[in-house]
Design a protein around this ligand. Structure first.
Ligand code: KIV
Ligand code: ZN
Length: 514
């Protein structure tokens, strides 16, 4: 029987901690639900001792998500471990993931500890964790650059202390595939007791080798892969979940292993994460990029018509892409929309269908043809969107090329308290003009950090999607807007950012008062 490889997803921890990928608690829960539907084995939900927000997010995921093991990261110090135990308390299956750096450079420059001190800290941390949980993972941070024999000694010591998984991260993305293969084989042969625990790989992508290195570790004997959706993570990111999973599946003839992932959820999960974090997936990204299954070149199309196998090693349906792109129209009802969404990998909750139907009907009124990608954008938009105190009543934007006056934006916002407020702003471009008008209405300081726009589907009446990150009074938020008018989509994205900021300021005020 083929060996089982466990998929440990760290989108919500290693991924979320990297700049430009932060998520609110609600967004983390959304992503965790999709990961659970996809049947990952472990969801690393955060680092509870890092901040109260991280603690709350891990606690919320542990309270709601059933199926996967819920893991949380901590240093080997008692306070971290205690916070982690508390945060994971509601989970039906939980894992304490404790780590300390083991490489000479980290021992010397970061920890100022000798080998013995590092080893003692690791063993003490694992013992504390084992007292609270029967599922404990130990990571030797920067394990790849650690002296081999010391790495073997520390792994042996933590296994004797009760660790049930040992992880050897390539923290700085330095290894090559043949080194990984060799190291994992050597560890399997050398470390007493290693066959009784899971042996895990965690690769960073600094040299673009994270997926190749993870696969090489599997060949060398790893039984768990740590990875993240869309490959997000520190610096250049982690091993991309969708890539490594599809490599194992497509080349099962070569790797002879199985993992239990429902790969038909991959595209939906990737798109949800992109919308939530405001980072579009590149068109040519393997597995989940728009071009991954597109065959434009004439010679390719000819081959494809003769037989799909000429240029296609995976079926689009395997990753959740449907063959048919043209879908519903303005007479389509609730059942048709829900069914189509399900076929595309989205399980709509009862409470969200109404709002999705309203957007769908509005769109179907202005657009002749509604494509899968349009419906998907509405679903991810409504799943990531925030309900807030402000809504846009009216907007007029004037742009100029070689004109005398500056671009201007006039807008009217309505507040839930029933009042409305109108202002006009100007700026170097229409987006800056909108920002200045919004600053006056909401009495905030907004600084746009990034803005990406794209057309969602085909045709002159295609929907435009805007993804934005901005700070509001110094705090960073992301926003997402969707409209057949791209300027209005930018306004929606800005408004979502302002609503998130207003809600988060109100929550902070409430918790300070309590
Ligand atoms: O990259 C790394 O070393 C890590 C560990 C803390 C697991 O993320
Ligand atoms: Zn990492």
């Amino acid at each position: 029987m083929s060996r089982k490889i466990h998929i440990f997803d760290t989108t919500l921890r290693d991924g979320e901690q990297s700049p430009g990928f932060s998520m609110s608690l609600g967004q983390k829960l959304r992503v965790a639900r999709v990961l659970a539907e996809m049947q990952v084995d472990v969801i690393e939900a955060g680092f509870p001792a890092a901040s109260p927000g991280d603690f709350d997010a891990v606690h919320a995921v542990a309270s709601e998500i059933e199926g996967p093991v819920i893991a949380a990261l901590c240093r080997t110090i008692p306070r971290d471990i205690e916070r982690t135990v508390l945060a994971l308390e509601p989970a039906s299956k939980s894992r304490i993931h404790t780590f300390i750096a083991t490489s000479p450079i980290h021992r010397r420059e970061k920890l100022n500890m000798s080998r013995d001190q590092v080893l003692n800290n690791a063993v003490n941390g694992v013992k504390l964790a084992v007292a609270a949980s029967d599922d404990v993972e130990f990571s030797a941070e920067d394990g790849i650059r650690t002296e081999r024999q010391f790495l073997a000694d520390i792994l042996q010591a933590v296994i004797e202390a009760g660790a049930t998984t040992v992880n050897i991260p390539d923290t700085v993305g330095y290894a090559t595939p043949s080194e990984m293969y060799d190291l994992f084989r050597w560890l399997r042969k050398t470390v007493p007791g290693i066959d009784t625990v899971h042996i895990s790989t965690h690769c960073h992508d600094d040299l673009g080798l994270a997926v190749a290195n993870s696969l090489a570790a599997v060949e060398g004997g790893a039984t768990q892969i740590e990875c993240a959706l869309n490959g997000i993570g520190e610096r250049a990111g982690n091993c991309a979940l969708e890539e490594v999973v599809m490599a194992l599946r497509t080349r099962a003839d070569y790797y002879d292993v199985v993992c239990g992932i429902d790969t038909r959820r991959l595209v939906a999960a990737s798109h949800l994460l992109a919308a939530v974090t405001g980072n579009f997936v590149p068109r040519n990204k393997a597995i989940v990029g728009e071009n991954a299954f597109a065959h434009e070149a004439g010679i390719h199309q000819h081959g494809m018509l003769a037989s799909r196998d000429t240029y296609e090693i995976m079926q689009p349906q395997d990753v959740g892409l449907q063959d048919s792109q043209l879908i519903l129209g303005k007479h389509s009802g609730r059942h048709a929309v829900v069914d189509r969404a399900r076929e595309m990998g989205y399980k709509l909750e009862e409470g969200e269908i109404e709002a999705i139907m309203v957007r769908f009907k509005e769109l179907a009124d202005v657009k002749k043809r509604v494509f899968d990608s349009d419906l998907e954008a509405i679903i991810t938009g409504s799943q990531t969107g925030s309900i807030g105190p402000w809504s846009l009543n009216w907007l007029s934007v004037v742009s100029r090329v070689n004109g005398e006056s500056e671009p201007t934006a006039s807008l009217t916002l309505a507040h839930v308290d029933g009042t409305t407020c109108t202002h006009t702003g100007d700026g170097d471009g229409p987006v800056e003009a909108m920002v200045h008008a919004l600053e006056q209405v909401t009495e905030t300081r907004i600084k746009v950090l990034s803005l990406a726009m794209r057309s969602i589907s085909l045709g002159e009446d295609a929907q435009g999607e805007a993804s934005m990150r901005a700070t509001v009074d110094g705090v960073e938020f992301s926003g997402h807007g969707l409209s057949t008018d791209i300027v209005a989509a930018c306004a929606e994205a800005l408004l979502e950012i302002i609503n998130r900021a207003t809600r988060s300021a109100a929550q902070l005020k409430q918790s300070n008062a309590a």
